[in-house]
Ligand binder design. Structure first.
Ligand code: MG
Length: 203
């Protein structure tokens, strides 16, 4: 299983980072060791003083594919949830300044928080999937899939031109605006279509 992630996929988030809209999806990978085990607390890593949450829709690939046409892409995922793309923002800033890859700030252990998957067929409006993050009882991020610059089909088609997708692979599809830093004791709760699918404690 591999974890593919899309960066810079919501215009409002690009504004808060001061970045331009990308012409094609910005892709990076996390190894399977990045997955935060369900129920485990996220332990703030020693190498960062600015550990951010990024709340994202996560789709699960349901069958293998390569060079998938955009028109066929909906047949390649069957479940969705909310995940957290934990990001060492201070480290990312220094890596970007050096034009280095992002893995150290994005692919470290526990950097992929994951909620409980919901079958796509259960969703009422597949074009406008809503999600949100509440921290310590306060809503910090909310988004809708129709705001993504590159939709699920475009992402699947684009990635599969380069990397074979396999059953069970996860795709983190980018975060809306409202990112921020975490501290020990924070309780993160993620919602998909108003239903709680994720809970992570920060320690
Ligand atoms: Mg992200």
């Amino acid at each position: 299983m591999k974890i593919i992630a899309v960066g810079m996929n919501y215009k409002a988030h690009l504004r808060e980072l001061g970045d331009a809209v990308p012409e094609e999806p910005v892709i990076f990978l996390k190894p399977d060791t990045a997955l935060l085990a369900k129920g485990e607390p996220f332990v703030l890593p020693k190498f960062s003083n600015e550990l951010d949450y990024e709340t994202e829709l996560v789709i699960k690939i349901s069958k293998a594919g390569k060079c998938i046409a955009k028109a066929d892409a909906n047949g390649y995922f069957d479940a969705i949830t909310v995940g957290i793309d934990f990001t060492a923002r201070d480290l990312q800033r220094s890596l970007r300044a050096k034009k280095n890859p992002w893995e150290l700030c994005k692919a470290f252990d526990q950097s992929a928080g994951l909620g409980d998957f919901v079958p796509i067929r259960q969703l009422k409006d597949k074009e406008n999937i809503t999600f949100s993050l509440i921290i310590n009882g306060v809503t910090k991020q909310s988004g809708v899939s129709s705001d993504m610059i590159f939709g699920f089909g475009e992402i699947i088609s684009f990635v599969s031109q380069y990397i074979t997708l396999c059953e069970g692979d996860l795709i983190y599809t980018g975060t809306p605006s409202g990112i921020g830093s975490l501290k020990a004791g924070d309780i993160l709760e993620g919602f998909l279509e108003g239903e709680k699918v994720l809970k992570i404690e920060i320690s």
